[in-house]
Design a protein around this ligand. Sequence first.
Ligand SMILES: CC(C)(COP(=O)(O)OP(=O)(O)OC[C@H]1O[C@@H](n2cnc3c(N)ncnc32)[C@H](O)[C@@H]1OP(=O)(O)O)[C@@H](O)C(=O)NCCC(=O)NCCS
Length: 203
Amino acid sequence: MHLMRINGSESGARMGTRTRTTARPGGAALASGGSARPRDARARTRAAARRRSGAIEPQLEIRPARPSDLAPVIAIDTEVTGLAKPAYWRGIFRRYADSAKAGRHLLVATASGEVVGFIIGEVRDWEFGSPPCGWVFGIDVRPGARLAGVGTKLLAAIVKAFRRSGVATVRTILARENALVLSFFRSQGMMAGPFISLEMELG
Ligand SMILES: CC(C)(COP(=O)(O)OP(=O)(O)OC[C@H]1O[C@@H](n2cnc3c(N)ncnc32)[C@H](O)[C@@H]1OP(=O)(O)O)[C@@H](O)C(=O)NCCC(=O)NCCS
């Protein structure tokens, strides 16, 4: 089965030109790593290709968000979703920045000092009858900085923080039509979990 790179579009409607084939255990094929090689080997290959092409490798750092990151985070979200939500982000920064002790995490990725992505999540105890687990609520990488491992590093960093809190499971919820985010999370090893979501219109 041939699968293509999903373009930077969040609608997932536009498809890129790179053809990918990935065999998954159990026969499932997904847009993902693109080869059976381990993720570390693929990351090394990508880094070597960038070095050969002469591209300057920006220093990537993952760290907890600071108040000064508010503006770039709003800018990335606005670029990705087309909707500016400054009040929402101010609330997220109040609740999540500097709240690691409470199991809440807002991490940013910086390349050469510039914020290029972020991830938000927290440890929730006994919600939906589940033992404590880590929830990822949001992840965004600037379109110009994608496909360079930033999303992978952000997820790895929040998972590390969740582990430090003593939880052994990470969960997320995503829009059914967001094939890009689904491909990303599947590539990281995440699979359909034991919960389903229900909703109804309150007319
Ligand atoms: C999903 C997202 C975070 C991925 O970030 P990224 O830095 O490009 O991800 P990585 O470079 O670490 O990619 C990891 C893997 O994800 C998968 N992936 C990433 N982008 C992909 C694409 N366009 N098509 C298919 N698979 C893709 C691949 O398997 C990739 O591994 P590979 O490059 O070794 O094949 C980024 O595309 C994004 O911010 N998208 C919009 C997010 C969004 O809609 N947020 C709102 C809801 S939370």
